[in-house]
Design a protein around this ligand. Structure first.
Ligand code: CO
Length: 496
């Protein structure tokens, strides 16, 4: 039996080698590649994707997995690995080569059309391509199969086990509790935050960001930071996990926020067991759990008063002209300003979820055939008026703002909100189990929190479902009240 399992490990690691090699090429494309490299780079990535798909759907792999599945001699972790690999194998087998080729081609065309449509503020350029993509995605739902709702099939690509009915209930909570709460905050005077938007030297910001990562215990021997247009984290193993950031000289918190956010993603990847390379037990659980790690660090730690009591003096020292007269309490208020805004990625940690709720409702209705590409600008603008109270001035700043739909990534957005909600539930229990936590954060001692996350989350890889992981840590599945209570405790004080 050991021989069969070793054969399985060898096959999975070979697939991982191919996938991580293409991740290196993608990282390079975003960070260093010269413009003229684009043509053959696309071909190189397509070749690797083809090889990876072949290896992942080989008949021999399927037979091996079935054999291992039938044998009763594996340990708990090995059994979990085989089960998960079998699930992924069966899922991959549902796609015909023709369908994959057509989908890839449509995605490429949609992405190009979206870029042009957004630049020219002309939705009509994107509409026909998006409609074609929507029809393929509806077909994909049928192909993958679902029990309750076609959208479940899309959600499960990012969050295995997640159901539309669960999200419908969750966003009903957001609508009934968070929407009126934000309204009550917005009727109060806003903090002064103009000092965040004066001038901050790029190099000085960069060095400050590196110090923040070091303080989080991000391991620079197993990673590095670079600059890119859109900040991201990528990894080629758990001992090579890279982050990028973006620096604006007229918006100080953009770099800080993205640095701590991506740092949180990276700590998760660096904490996965490196001897489980290529196996489910060595990989992240789901996008929601990934995002729970970035948001826990960004919001619960990086936007807390304790954190800035520790780090504000050095920030003031680096930028004396801009911050000399600003107190740490004023700084803390400024970085937590709640404001209704047009663009999801600039939203504060409360109104952010209204942006996600809008996308969730639209995606769900698209996949049951209730909405088509032509309906989207109107529906989008109506929902922004209803939930955020704002008029959308143009499609570029409205329905065309995000790249996700042009990539065919339906079902991705909800994982952002789930991530925040998981983060507050986990952080609640971290605080309970580490009584000195707030004091440690104030001292810049972030290791106890990291070790807690390692033990509770990182070390498990993808051997359980999110529901199970959450139950193991907190005694119940995801519960919106943790987020709502966290928000109320924090913002009642900030806006008192
Ligand atoms: Co993230």
């Amino acid at each position: 039996m050991n021989d069969l399992y070793n054969e399985y490990v060898k096959r999975l690691q070979k697939i991982a080698d191919i996938n991580y090699s293409s991740a290196v090429l993608q990282w390079d494309q975003e960070v260093y590649m010269p413009v003229n490299g684009a043509g053959y780079r696309a071909q190189q990535l397509a070749t690797l994707a083809g090889i990876s798909h072949e290896l992942s759907t080989e008949k021999e792999l399927g037979e091996l997995l079935e054999k291992l599945h039938d044998s009763k001699s594996l340990g708990i972790k090995e059994t979990a690995n085989v089960l998960e690999s079998l699930r992924v194998y069966r899922q991959n087998k549902k796609y015909s080569t023709d369908f994959v080729i057509e989908l890839n081609k449509t995605v490429s065309e949609s992405f190009v059309a979206w870029q042009e449509a957004k630049a020219k503020n002309d939705y009509a350029i994107f509409k026909p391509k998006l409609q074609k993509l929507i029809e393929l995605k509806r077909k994909e739902c049928e192909l993958l199969g679902f029990e309750e709702h076609p959208y479940d099939a899309m959600l499960n690509l990012y969050e295995p086990g997640l159901k539309t009915s669960f999200l419908t209930q969750l966003f009903a909570d957001v609508r009934e509790k968070l929407v009126p709460y934000v309204k009550s905050i917005l009727s109060k005077p806003q903090p002064e935050n103009g000092f965040l938007f004066t001038h901050y030297d790029k190099d000085k910001q960069w060095h400050f960001g590196i110090e923040l990562l070091k303080q989080m215990n991000y391991d620079f021997k197993s990673g590095r930071q670079d600059i890119s247009t859109h900040p991201f984290t990528t990894n080629f193993s758990s001992t090579d996990v890279r982050v990028t950031t973006r620096i604006s000289e007229t918006d100080l918190f953009e770099m800080i926020g993205s640095c701590v956010h991506e740092g949180g993603h990276a700590l998760y990847e660096q904490g996965l067991p490196s001897n489980e390379y290529g196996l489910p037990s060595g990989e992240y659980l789901s996008l929601s759990i990934h995002e729970s790690q970035s948001r826990l660090w960004e919001n619960m730690v990086g936007r807390s008063l304790a954190y800035w009591k520790c780090n504000y003096p050095s920030l003031q020292e680096i930028f004396p002209e801009q911050l000399k007269v600003v107190s740490v309490e004023q700084f803390y208020k400024a970085i937590n300003t709640v404001k209704q805004s047009l663009i999801r990625t600039n939203a504060d940690e409360l109104t952010y979820h209204f942006h996600v709720m809008i996308r969730f409702e639209i995606e769900r209705d698209i996949l049951i055939g209730k909405l088509n590409a032509g309906d989207l600008p109107g529906v989008w603008n109506a929902k922004y008026k209803e939930y955020l109270g704002i008029d959308v001035p143009s499609d570029s700043k409205g329905v065309l703002q995000d790249v996700h739909w042009s990539h065919g990534s339906f079902g991705y957005f909800p994982t952002y909100s789930l991530g925040s909600f998981y983060a507050s539930q986990f952080f609640h229990f971290a605080g309970r189990e580490i009584p000195e936590l707030q004091h440690q954060i104030k001292e810049g001692n972030l290791m106890p929190l990291l070790l807690w996350l390692r033990e509770k989350i990182h070390h498990h890889g993808r051997t359980v479902l999110s529901d199970e992981l959450c139950k193991n840590i907190t005694g119940e599945i995801l519960n919106f009240n943790y987020f709502f209570n966290y928000a109320k405790a924090k913002y009642d004080k900030l806006y008192e």
